[in-house]
Write a protein that binds this ligand. Structure first.
Ligand code: G6P
Length: 470
C-alpha cells in the first residue's frame, strides 16, 4: 500500500455537477504513478478539492476504482475541510516545508502560539485518519509505504493499530539539521521524530538528508544512533535509515517528449527564439526554487556581457502552486515584477530577453527541455529536483547550472556547474560559462549527466525500498 496526501488523480466539478478526472501533479505523484500503474498496490490519499469530495461520496467506501474510475486501486479520504486546511496549509506547507527548506529569508517567521496549537491538533487528526484507513485496508503483514512531511505521525500511529505491518516512510524533502529543526516547539519536534521512528524503514533522497534526520534523533530525542549502519534505536525499537536517490525513466520520458503535442510547442518556441541561445528554467512558483535570484543572475549576466544582447533568450516557466497561501501569492507577484523589470530594461522591438510563462503546460516544458542550451536549477534547498535530471535526458547538449543545495547535486555535481543559490553574481558567471562551454565538453558532460539521471528510475527506486523493508 502507498499513502500520500496528493493522490494519482484529482476531480473537478463543473457547474452542471459533472465530474472530470485529471492525473495529479508534483514529483511524488509522477514518480509513484509509474510504480502503481499495472500493479495491485492500494493507494490511499486525501480528497483535496470539492470535486474530489463529490467523487468520494459517490464511491462505496471511498474506493474510486469501485466506482468505475480507471484509477487502479485507490481510496480517497474525505477529511473535514477545516481540518484539512489546518493540516495541509498551516502545518505541512507553512511550517514543516519552510523548516525543511531552511527558508529563513522568506516570510516564514516562526511564531508558535495558541492558534498553532489548534493547527497542530488538526495535523494529528489528519495523520490519525490515514492511520485508521490504512489499518482497515491492510492485509496481514502487508507492507505500507507512507510518503512525505504531510504524514510524519502516521507511521507510529499505524504501528499502534497494526503491529503486524511492515511500515516504511519516505521523505521527498530535505531534512533540517537539529539547530534548525529545533525552531519547532519541543513537543512538536519530538512527536514528528517519534512518528517517523514508528516505521521500520525511513527513506531519504540523499545521504545528507538522512544524516540530518539521524542527528535530530540523537540530539533532540537522545536516541542511540549507528551512523555507519544508518540505524536509530529508540525505546527498544530500531529503525533503519535508507538513501534512495529517485531518478527518471529515460525511455518513457523520451517517448513522451516525441509526441505530437510536444512537437507543435517545439515549433512555436523555435519561431520565438530563432537562432538565439536558450536558457531554460522549469519550476513550480515556489519560494524554495529561488526564481527571483535566478532572474537577478540573468540580469547581472546581461549587464556584464553586452555582447550577448540580442543573442540569448531566457525561457522561464513558473507554474502555479499552493495559491491558498499568501506567501506563494506574494512570491508569484515578485517573480512577475522581476521578469517585467528585465524586459523593460533590456527588451527591444525584435528581442525579448526573458519570456515568462505561468500556466502549467507539461508538453511545452518538454519542448523547452529539448531545445535548451542551458538549464538553470538554483533552489535554495531541494529534496532532489527532477528537473535537473529530466533536462539532460532530453537535450544531448544542455549545460546544467545547478544549486549545490539540491539533492540532485550529490549525483550530478561532477558534470554540472555548481552554484551557491544565494550568490547571484556567482550564478551570473555560471550562466556565462555554460553559454560559452565548448561543444564537445557540453555533449560529454550531458552524456554523463544522463547516465546519472537514469540510474534509479521510479520502478527500481521503489523496488529498492521494498527490499530494504523486507
Ligand atoms: C513536493 C512534495 C510533494 C508534493 C509536491 C507538490 O515535491 O515533496 O509531496 O506533491 O511538492 O506539492 P503540493 O502541495 O502541490 O502537493
Amino acid at each position: 500500500m502507498i499513502a500520500s496526501n496528493r493522490g494519482p488523480v484529482s476531480f473537478t466539478l463543473s457547474e452542471d455537477g459533472a465530474l472530470t478526472m485529471r492525473r495529479g501533479g508534483g514529483g511524488l505523484v509522477s514518480g509513484l504513478s509509474e510504480v502503481a500503474r499495472d500493479s495491485d498496490l492500494l493507494w490511499v490519499c486525501a480528497a483535496l478539492s470539492d470535486g474530489d469530495r463529490s467523487a468520494v461520496r459517490l464511491a462505496p467506501g471511498g474506493r474510486l476504482d469501485g466506482a468505475g474510475y480507471d484509477t487502479g486501486p485507490l481510496r480517497m479520504l474525505e477529511i473535514a475541510p477545516a481540518v484539512f486546511h489546518r493540516a495541509y496549509n498551516a502545518v505541512a506547507n507553512s511550517t514543516l516545508w519552510f523548516v525543511s527548506h531552511l527558508l529563513y529569508n522568506s516570510p516564514f517567521t516562526p511564531h508558535f502560539d495558541g492558534r498553532f496549537q489548534r493547527e497542530w491538533e488538526s495535523y494529528q487528526d489528519y495523520n490519525g485518519a490515514f492511520a485508521l484507513a490504512l489499518a482497515e485496508e491492510a492485509g496481514h503483514e502487508a507492507r505500507v509505504m507512507i510518503q512525505d512531511y504531510h504524514l510524519s505521525l502516521t507511521p507510529a500511529m499505524l504501528r499502534v493499530e497494526r503491529p503486524d505491518l511492515r511500515i516504511a516512510h519516505f521523505s521527498h524533502t530535505p531534512w533540517a539539521p537539529p539547530e534548525y529543526f529545533s525552531v519547532l516547539p519541543d513537543e512538536v519536534a519530538v512527536e514528528i521524530l517519534e512518528g517517523l521512528l514508528g516505521a521500520d524503514h525511513a527513506g531519504f533522497l540523499t545521504a545528507r538528508w538522512a544524516d540530518a534526520f539521524v542527528s535530530c534523533c540523537e540530539v533532540i530525542l537522545g536516541a542511540r544512533v549507528d551512523r555507519d549502519r544508518r540505524n536509530v534505536t529508540y525505546q527498544d525499537r530500531t529503525t533503519r535509515i535508507g538513501v534512495h536517490a529517485l531518478g527518471v525513466d529515460g525511455p518513457a520520458l523520451r517517448a513522451r517528449a516525441a509526441e505530437p503535442d510536444v512537437e507543435s510547442h517545439l515549433q512555436v518556441i523555435k519561431e520565438q527564439v530563432g537562432d538565439r541561445r536558450l536558457i531554460v528554467r522549469i519550476d513550480r512558483t515556489e519560494l524554495s526554487k529561488n526564481i527571483v535570484r535566478g532572474m537577478a543572475a540573468y540580469r547581472e549576466f546581461l549587464a556584464a556581457h553586452p555582447e550577448w544582447h540580442g543573442k540569448v533568450v531566457h525561457l522561464a516557466f513558473a507554474y502555479p502552486s499552493r495559491h491558498d497561501l499568501p506567501e506563494y501569492r506574494e512570491y508569484t507577484a515578485a517573480v512577475q515584477r522581476c521578469a517585467k523589470e528585465i524586459e523593460d530594461e533590456y527588451g527591444t522591438d525584435d528581442w525579448d530577453p526573458l519570456i515568462l510563462h505561468m500556466e502549467d503546460d507539461y508538453p511545452r516544458s518538454l519542448a523547452a527541455y529539448r531545445l535548451a542550451d542551458v538549464l538553470l536549477v538554483n533552489p535554495i534547498r531541494d529534496g532532489m529536483n527532477l528537473v535537473a535530471k529530466e533536462g539532460p535526458i532530453l537535450s544531448p547538449r544542455c549545460a546544467l547550472v545547478l544549486s549545490r543545495e539540491a539533492g540532485a547535486a550529490a549525483e550530478l555535481g561532477a558534470d554540472a556547474l555548481l552554484v551557491n543559490p544565494f550568490d547571484v553574481s556567482g550564478t551570473a558567471t555560471a550562466l556565462h560559462d555554460a553559454l560559452v562551454m565548448p561543444e564537445d565538453e557540453r555533449t560529454n558532460r550531458a552524456t554523463r549527466l544522463r547516465a546519472a539521471a537514469t540510474a534509479l528510475p521510479p520502478q527500481l527506486w521503489f523496488a529498492d525500498q521494498l527490499r530494504a523493508l523486507a
